[in-house]
Design a protein around this ligand. Structure first.
Ligand code: GLU
Length: 423
């Protein structure tokens, strides 16, 4: 059993640090490297003045944290949410470093965020916030410096504004400065589905290990944004039975399974509340859905969903973390004791950043791939990473999460040793 200690369970930075520490210790990481990798390279805070639609001048606070640029340019999303904090962005940036190393793509880790509520902002306000944030970060962004992407509260349109603002400053169209763009602006086929598809690929792999089958395998998906809805759709099409779904408005459970294309139409096209879906099911809170009977639990919403207070109630055989940080560090131990097969976030949701890498490559090549090529390459990368994490866990006798951290840290530390410290 790998023990970790934290003071404040719900501080994601502490959770990330506790796992880093446990993994570094198991690896026998030397002290200097430990200190180097524990802290981010850079933390940038920007104050973003924005003229609001009603004529007021508002100032928003934004961050970009570059955790590590050892293996390549920074990579990681930009999050728009009211509860964004520097600690959260720090944790998410470090997770990006380990995530990119786990799937072995040539990027470091970074993350950005702006404290705002996108649901309460007009398109014009969102555009002005995005453009000014990008302009303030001009010196740190770039295809060879730091490459943002979508995350909670941001989408293809926001990425198009980032690309345009950067390009206007550079006096040339630079599509590779950001990924997750619209297809017509240098986006990649398959990027929108990539995180959900990656989740399915690692679930397939886990089923094979446990001697289980896709057909009839019961899945609960918490969160119905890009990751949750795409994972649900692809898994539904592949023969999994999606018995539980939830978004911020509430959850629905139905042992018979949901017709996911109809649910996507209801929520994303008709813009109706998920719990009112006519397909039926027992209504409950978005938290309660996590504890219903299923084979695979796929949290794809926000952080800190499974904690020391509730992890014992999980009924799933497999936990596939579509979200970043849905499980707190103390909850890991409970899940391990229960024998839940955990596919940790830095592996499970790495499909998104993997296809972001493909997008960056295609932009730089100026040559775009077929969707089947993207999906095939994604499958290769995810299966390989899954197998390596499991191998690490067996060799070092640690749980899958610590194994994934060990694999990531080991790769970054090795690159750092080869590069040396510039003085
Ligand atoms: N925001 C996503 C993540 O957390 C994608 C990052 C990217 O594609 O750079 O992995």
């Amino acid at each position: 059993m790998t023990r970790v200690t934290v003071k404040n369970e719900l501080n994601v930075y502490e959770s990330a640090e506790a796992r880093f520490e446990a993994a570094a210790q198991k690896l026998g990481l030397e002290n200097g490297l430990y200190r180097y990798l524990k802290y981010p390279d850079k933390e940038i805070t920007v104050y973003i003045p924005v003229g609001m639609d009603d004529g007021r001048l508002e100032v928003f606070v934004g961050y970009r944290v570059q955790h590590s640029l050892v293996r390549g340019p920074g990579k990681g999303g930009i999050r728009y949410a009211p509860d964004v904090s520097l600690d959260e962005i720090r944790a998410l940036a470090a997770w990006m470093t380990w995530k990119c190393a786990v799937v072995n793509i040539p990027f470091g880790g970074a993350k950005g965020g702006i404290i705002c509520d996108p649901a309460k902002l007009s398109q014009g306000e969102l555009e002005r916030i995005t453009r000014r944030y990008t302009a303030e970060l001009m010196d740190w962004l770039g295809p060879e410096r730091d490459v943002p992407a979508p995350d909670l509260g941001t989408n293809e349109q926001v990425m198009a504004w980032v690309m345009d603002t950067y390009s206007m400053h550079m006096r040339r169209t630079t599509t590779a400065v950001v990924t997750g763009k619209p297809l017509d602006l240098g986006g990649s086929r398959g990027r929108r589905e990539a995180t959900g598809r990656g989740c399915m690929i690692v679930c397939d792999r886990a089923l094979a290990r446990l001697g289980l089958k896709r057909e009839g395998c019961r899945v609960i998906v918490q969160g119905f944004g890009n990751v949750g809805s795409m994972a649900a759709l692809l898994m539904h099409q592949a023969g999994y039975r999606i018995v539980g779904v939830a978004d911020v408005h509430g959850g629905l459970y139905n042992e018979k399974g949901f017709e996911i294309p109809a649910l996507i139409d209801w929520v994303h096209i008709k813009r109706k509340p998920l719990p009112e879906f006519p397909g039926g099911g027992e209504k409950m809170s978005p938290q309660e859905i996590l504890f219903q009977p299923c084979d695979i639990l796929l949290p794809a919403a926000v952080e800190n969903q499974l904690t020391s207070q509730n992890a014992h109630r999980v009924q799933a055989r497999i936990l596939c973390e579509g979200a970043n940080g849905p499980t707190t560090a103390p909850a890991d131990e409970i899940l391990e004791e229960k024998g839940v097969f955990v596919i940790p976030d830095i592996l499970a949701n790495a499909g998104g950043v993997t296809v972001s890498y493909f997008e960056w490559v295609q932009d730089r090549q100026g040559f775009f791939w077929r969707e089947s090529e993207v999906n095939e390459r994604l499958q290769d990368v995810m299966e390989h990473a899954f197998d390596e994490v499991v191998r690490y866990s067996e060799t070092h006798k640690v749980n899958n999460r610590i194994a994934a951290y060990m694999l990531g840290i080991d790769r970054v530390a090795y690159a750092l040793k080869l590069r040396g410290i510039y003085a």
